[in-house]
Write a protein of this length. Structure first.
Length: 250
């Protein structure tokens, strides 16, 4: 028996990285998973890798409210309700304060904070009582790292929403928790390598700041997402789990 047998899960930003790894793990534990992402070829490949009998892909951009409507309409049209919602999609341009533009601000808030808000809001009619909602925050939200101010602020907002919604949805038994990844080897992180620095060199540099001496693998983040999705975390709500190798803890 799997930890999510008979459950239905929705994962945003699931074409690759932590989102895909989590969707795969949910399916391996018995859930039927709806994946969404912006890039159709990658999304289709993700569904193939999980197995079409265990997953469906709905192409869309979490910044587009019509795409979110279509995602949840697809779940409803299939006669399903949601037991696990992982609002994972996120990301933002990096750079110093002096270089921040209005476009940077709008992108950072839309893809992280606004998308989380409306993903959960639009899922509410389909969420089963006692469902688990997982928001993707970030360990940067609790630090003052230079060059990631916009991203950190948006993710701090996500952390705040976790607490508020845990309180707001408690009467339905819906648990709301946040997963705060540290540096993880994903295409998103690799894409943030500075000019003149290879992705491998960039990740190696970041690993020197981690007490455990390495960066996370996506499967390690997915394992914690599974914990939050399952009954193993049945007495947790409003919490944030930092999966960061000790960066913010030591």
């Amino acid at each position: 028996m799997g930890q999510l047998d008979g459950k239905v899960a929705v994962v945003t930003g699931a074409s690759d990285g932590i989102g895909f790894a989590s969707a795969l793990r949910f399916a391996e534990e018995g859930a039927y998973v709806y994946l969404t992402g912006r890039r159709k070829p990658e999304l289709d490949e993700a569904v193939v890798r999980i197995g079409a009998h265990r997953a469906s892909g709905v192409q869309g951009d979490v910044k587009d409210l019509a795409d979110l409507d279509r995602l949840f309409a697809t779940v409803g049209a299939d006669g399903r309700r949601i037991d696990v919602l992982f609002a994972n999609a996120g990301g933002a341009p990096m750079g110093p304060l002096a270089a921040v533009t209005v476009a940077d601000y709008e992108h950072a808030t839309e893809v992280n904070l606004r998308s989380a808000l409306f993903t959960v809001q639009k899922a509410l009619p389909l969420l089963n009582d006692n469902a688990s909602v997982i928001l993707c925050s970030s360990t940067t939200a609790g630090r003052g790292a230079a060059g990631v101010g916009l991203y950190s602020a948006a993710k701090a907002g996500v952390r705040s929403l976790t607490r508020s919604w845990a309180n707001e949805l408690k009467d339905r038994g819906i648990r709301v928790n946040a997963l705060a990844p540290g540096v993880t080897d994903t295409s998103l992180v690799r894409g943030n390598a500075p000019a003149g620095v290879s992705p491998d060199e960039f990740l190696a540099m970041l690993a020197t700041m981690v007490p455990l001496g390495r960066n996370a693998e996506v499967a390690e983040q997915a394992a914690v997402a599974l914990f939050l999705a399952s009954d193993q975390s049945s007495f947790m709500t409003g919490s944030e789990l930092s999966v960061d190798g000790g960066v913010n803890q030591i």
